[in-house]
Write a protein of this length. Structure first.
Length: 230
């Protein structure tokens, strides 16, 4: 039956299929714990998060990567939360934050909920940027500045905290610009690094002036907390 569709009809069919899947995700999924402090509810789910969670992120996670269920996103949010709660509110408010490859925007939204005011985020995919902007607005985080860009073409630097939840290949190919975003005394949380590639990726990051401070591993994926000397 599908062979009789013209290309335009197939596009409409695919779009309809995606919309049905999205609605089922929003209606049926009850939400999930990401860290001890963060809980994610699908957008428009009409449910409440358990009372013990301090931060609830309402998320349309269907249109981009990073809904909080993947190990790489969980570890990033855990490291981000641990780092930010260790400092005072004034220090958090004064940080410059960059989310490279923002996906759904979940990490930027988490940073905003934890008190970071100056947040920039970008993604190479236009649809991801639109999704992240929508999610940020849904959570009252409209001050986050989103842009469509690749890593090499993004004009910025001097960030106190850089999130790089990316695949190993992407980090390796862009290690210079990524490391260059980090200010003296700043930190990077790098994730999406597979067990097979972690040695090479970390060596490259350290070769660009970043030093390992903490490491997490889950389900064959690795996240690193790295710092640049002040």
């Amino acid at each position: 039956m599908g062979e009789r569709f013209f290309s335009g009809d197939q596009f409409i069919f695919d779009q309809l299929h995606e919309e049905i899947a999205r609605q089922r995700f929003q209606e049926e999924y009850a939400g999930y714990r990401v860290t001890d402090g963060f809980y994610v509810l699908p957008a428009l789910a009409g449910r409440l998060a358990p009372a013990e969670f301090r931060h609830v992120i309402h998320l349309d996670g269907y249109s981009a990567f990073g809904d909080g269920r993947h190990a790489t996103t969980r570890m990033c949010l855990y490291m981000l939360e641990s780092y930010l709660v260790s400092m005072g509110a004034a220090a958090r408010d004064g940080l410059r934050f960059l989310d490279a490859g923002t996906g759904t925007g979940i990490l930027s939204i988490g940073a905003a909920m934890l008190g970071v005011a100056d947040i920039e985020a970008f993604d190479i995919d236009e649809r991801s940027v639109e999704s992240a902007r929508y999610n940020a607005t849904l959570n009252g985080c409209g001050r986050i500045r989103f842009a469509q860009s690749d890593i090499a073409g993004y004009e910025g630097g001097g960030y106190d905290l850089v999130m790089a939840n990316l695949l190993s290949d992407v980090i390796e190919a862009n290690v210079g610009p990524l490391a260059g975003f980090v200010a003296p005394g700043g930190v990077m949380i790098a994730s999406g690094i597979s067990d097979m590639r972690r040695g090479g990726v970390v060596s490259l990051l350290e070769g660009h002036g970043l030093r390992r401070r903490h490491h997490m591993s889950e389900e064959g994926w690795n996240s690193y907390f790295l710092a640049r000397e002040g």
